[in-house]
Design a protein around this ligand. Structure first.
Ligand code: PEP
Length: 279
């Protein structure tokens, strides 16, 4: 929680400085994140065990995004453990409240201890038909409630093979960030072909794509784009983490499968913590 307030203040200062200095270069000091997306996995016992076994580093921000029924227990387990682990939702509704059966609002997420929320994950784009317009409404709602959105973008295999990656990412970015003038978000580049397949993007390809994403963010936010943490996601694990952490535009990872095991997830956190100490 404290770390999140610190990050919030840092980003706010950069936001203000960015607006004041206009086109001038801002020295970037981006926050590193290691974020777990548990998707529809784990029960209460497994969650308690996970929080007992996980260590966390103060050099990187660690965020766990469990399924909705485990949010409040996770909040309690995290507090009990005294480790600096923050929480995020996996989805949020665009409305404040009302007759939306089965949905969770941003203020409900805040209520159970969340500081973050994943928005626009490819599985929600695919199975729940979420488009850029809806994703933009959810991002606006997250800002309104003081949640930090973790905005996911990424191309499918077909789009990659058709050489449409840049076009797809640019459209998703402009769509998600329409009418938004804040740099208080995290971006996750998650090539759809790499998610859950074991076919992770090479660190070089991820770096090249992150640099492209930052160039598009510059068109939208100006120099404040230098302050946005861009995470890689897609079969990241303890074996390939060090390659990603060595890249200048990769500011952490969003981890699915490898985040379910506390030891594997810890190993990934440690790789990025070491990277922070060496930088
Ligand atoms: C994800 O779904 O966000 C993800 C990165 O999954 P995995 O690590 O399992 O590819």
């Amino acid at each position: 929680m404290e770390q999140s307030i610190e990050n919030y203040i840092k980003t706010l200062v950069r936001d203000v400085i960015g607006q004041t200095l206009g086109g001038l270069e801002i020295q970037s000091d981006r926050q590193t994140y290691v974020i777990a997306n548990w998707k529809m996995n784990k029960n209460l016992n497994e969650t308690a065990e996970f929080f007992q076994n996980i260590n966390s580093s103060t050099d990187v921000s660690v965020v766990i995004c469990p399924p909705a029924h485990l949010l409040y227990p996770s909040h309690l387990f995290s507090k009990q453990s005294g480790k600096s682990i923050e929480l995020g939702g996996q989805n949020v509704h665009w409305a404040d409240k009302g007759a939306y059966t089965g949905e969770l609002s941003a203020s409900m997420l805040k209520d159970v201890g969340c500081e973050y929320v994943i928005i626009g994950h490819s599985e929600r784009r695919q199975y729940s038909f979420e488009d850029d317009e809806l994703i933009n409404k959810k991002v606006q709602q997250a800002f309104k409630s003081g949640l930090t959105p973790i905005i996911c973008i990424g191309e499918t295999l077909g789009q990659k093979n058709a050489m449409q990656t840049e076009q797809v990412l640019s459209k998703q970015l402009f769509g998600a960030l329409k009418d938004i003038d804040s740099s208080q978000f995290i971006l996750a580049y998650e090539p759809v072909w790499a998610i859950g397949t074991g076919q992770s993007a090479t660190a070089e390809l991820a770096q090249e794509t992150h640099a492209y994403i930052r160039s598009v963010l510059k068109q939208i936010l100006g120099q404040r784009a230098e302050c946005i943490s861009i995470l890689y996601g897609g079969s990241a694990n303890e074996k390939n983490a060090s390659e990603y952490s060595a890249m200048p535009d990769i500011d952490g990872v969003l981890v699915g499968g490898a985040s379910l095991n506390a030891n594997s997830f810890d190993a990934i956190i440690n790789v990025f913590a070491k990277g922070e100490q060496n930088s």
